[in-house]
Write a protein that binds this ligand. Structure first.
Ligand code: GLY
Length: 364
């Protein structure tokens, strides 16, 4: 016969099975497939959740083909790559960040050192660079040939009302290239694909970024966000990624959230903190993120013409392993087609892309 205590223990075990619970899980932005795979490998080895998240995003920071993060990131208006990053460690409730950091490939690692080795939370510009060098980071040129070309295309695409630009052949020059042909004329060695990409980047300056959130089976959580920020920005512009509470927030009691996309809109709603607070007050990750997007839409009175000029994505991971990705728009238009907004998840197997929830439907 079951006694009352055994019956209660049995019920609790059944309830625990029915509920989601802490488990190894990594959530990231859509550029995070390899990042999530590496972070999961670290979690499986029993590494700390922040070590796992940073190891994951390091892949993007050193990837010359990710033009929104680290090496190969698109530069500021002077052609200099400036990086921002933040980290938060749930178990110790600590945070660190760097902003406008030049010449250092791994800003997420520097942010962690700010967290662990100083009594500060944020270092910027020259101070952040000196700090990184003091800890042995080598100075490197982060501008790849591909991002230099994109920067030049951007400079040459800026014209006055007469179609003139100081960075193109002068009025007395031999080139009479029509606007459609000037790109090919001025970059004869670049592939068609690179030129098409550079032209798109010039006209639609991206705010890519990678965010990575980790949870382990003990229920410990961490996160990091790292970026080269808005392409062609004014030197010194800082986005949301290094701002604790905007581009990243982790509360070990509740969950974690992060963001990619147009940082200015996120800073105005303190997005990641707002989402974690929403979860604390009972919202599921999906509702918490959509509520935050509604606040962004509200800042424009819901005017879809103005909202259409940018996009922003949030990622939310609750302490019990429930997660969501949510974007302002359902996707982006590419060659007349809407490409659905995605985010990356790894819960122990292969990393996979999942559809973001969205606030507004983009029509092709
Ligand atoms: N979310 C990246 C930035 O705006 O800089």
């Amino acid at each position: 016969m079951f006694n009352r205590r055994q019956w209660m223990l049995g019920s609790a075990a059944l309830a625990a099975q029915a509920q989601p619970g802490p488990r190894n899980i990594v959530v990231s932005s859509s550029n995070g497939l390899r990042c999530c795979t590496r972070a999961m490998e670290f979690l499986k080895k029993g590494e700390d959740t922040l070590t796992a998240a940073i190891a994951g995003v390091n892949i993007n920071e050193e990837d010359p083909e990710d033009s929104s993060v680290g090496y190969g990131g698109l530069p500021n208006e002077e052609g200099v790559v400036e990086l921002d990053a933040s980290v938060m460690h749930g178990p110790t409730r600590r945070a660190g960040s760097v902003a406008s950091l030049r010449n250092i490939k791994y800003p997420s690692k520097v942010a962690r050192l700010v967290m662990e080795e100083t009594d500060h939370i944020m270092l910027v510009g020259e101070g952040a660079l000196k700090f990184a060098k003091a800890y042995g980071f080598p100075e490197e040129n982060l501008l790849t040939e591909k991002s230099r070309l994109a920067w030049l295309v951007w400079k040459r695409s800026n014209r006055d009302s007469g179609g003139h630009n100081n960075w193109t052949d002068g009025l007395d020059g031999p080139s009479k290239a029509k606007p459609a042909a000037w790109l090919r004329d001025q970059f004869p060695h670049a592939s068609e694909e690179t030129l098409a990409w550079a032209w798109d980047m010039a006209r639609n300056p991206p705010t890519g970024t990678i965010n990575c959130l980790t949870l382990n089976a003990k229920g410990e959580m961490s996160g990091t966000t790292t970026t080269s920020g808005l392409a062609w920005k004014i030197p010194g512009r800082v986005g949301d990624s290094p701002i604790v509470g905007a581009g990243l927030y982790v509360d070990q009691d509740v969950g974690a959230a992060g963001s990619t996309g147009r940082g200015e809109e996120n800073i105005r709603v303190a997005g990641a903190h707002t989402i974690v607070e929403n979860m604390r007050h009972g919202m599921a990750p999906k509702e918490a993120a959509l509520d935050c997007l509604k606040r962004i839409a509200r800042n424009y009175g819901g005017d879809q013409e103005r909202l259409a000029k940018f996009d922003i994505h949030f990622y939310a991971l609750r302490k019990d392993g429930v997660y969501a990705g949510a974007s302002l728009w359902s996707g982006r238009v590419r060659q007349g087609q809407v490409t659905r907004a995605k985010f990356t998840v790894n819960d122990g197997g292969k990393s996979r892309l999942e559809d973001c929830e969205f606030l507004l439907e983009r029509k092709s």
